[in-house]
Design a protein around this ligand. Sequence first.
Ligand SMILES: Cc1cc2nc3c(=O)[nH]c(=O)nc-3n(C[C@H](O)[C@H](O)[C@H](O)COP(=O)(O)O)c2cc1C
Length: 340
Amino acid sequence: MVTNLQSWNIKENDFPKDADDQTKVEFMLHYAVLAPSSWNSQPWKFKLSDGSVKIYLDPERRQPQRDPLERENTISCGAALCNLQLALHRYGFSEETAVLPDPQEENLLAEVKWQNIKTPGKDNKLFKAIQQRHSFRKPFKPTVVPSNIINTLVNAASIYGCDFIPVTNDSLRKALAGMVSEGDKDLGSEKALRQEYASWMRSSGRKGDGVPGYAMDLNALEGILSPLTHRFFDYTDEFANGDHTLAAAATLVGIVCTPEDTKKWWVASGQAIERVLLSAAANGIQASFLNQPIPVPELRARLQSLMEIQSWPQLIVRLGYPTDLNIAPTPRRRLSEVLM
Ligand SMILES: Cc1cc2nc3c(=O)[nH]c(=O)nc-3n(C[C@H](O)[C@H](O)[C@H](O)COP(=O)(O)O)c2cc1C
């Protein structure tokens, strides 16, 4: 039984409407954990009390080779924060969120103070999209994403002070695709990093974390063997070529950028990317991440000059209409494992 995929089966009407407020907010955390995270590491912990939820970075989920400063893990927690805020609004709660509220607590990323005002938000499209969003790593349909939807994505990121820069121009996108594959090669040249990647690959969705082979667009046998084969063999060229093809062929690539490269802005870019992805999913569009130039300082600088920006690129995604409407979800850990 693939029990860890059940997290996705949560129903809006399962909301415990007769329970106390804290139990209601605990229910909403089922939506927070459906956020995307780097290698599906789910690097979050939640501390729930009467009137607030604190979101912590879980140091046990670190990826020291790929993410030594925990930039990507902080972004992932920002995405979970976005989902929690949407769920609170959906169920009639107001919230006041402080990012990095206590400098003494290094891993405390946000405190969300909530109040049951019994006034649900009017527009629940983004809340509903939490269960519709999945990473989609196969080629997209050739259909172009209309400009009004691209504007919606730009606006979604701007709510958190971030830029979503659409790259629709062919030559820019091809240059970017080149940098993605250079990033793959640069990162993959480190054996320790390749081993770390392999440690997050899963032969199925049975375990509550990591990326199963089916989600990486591997065939059944490759998927089953991937945690083992990737530990012993170097697949860097395959990754680089595959990502290059996907980036060059996408009709829309977007870059999320922040004015500063600080922890506070990493949280904001997590909220921003999740709102972008949910706005896309609400319109039948899915995405996959192609961040590889960003952890390589030289490539990140080249990306800034290619795009003629001073701001800090945090994430790169390709977006489009999926060829497959039944995308198999990736697993999640049980809520009891992420509650402090
Ligand atoms: C900060 C961050 C970085 C990510 N980096 C990559 C990446 O480099 N390559 C990739 O294929 N997916 C990447 N992902 C997507 C995750 O692998 C994906 O969210 C996770 O496996 C859960 O699957 P889901 O998005 O389908 O729910 C990233 C996600 C986040 C939030």
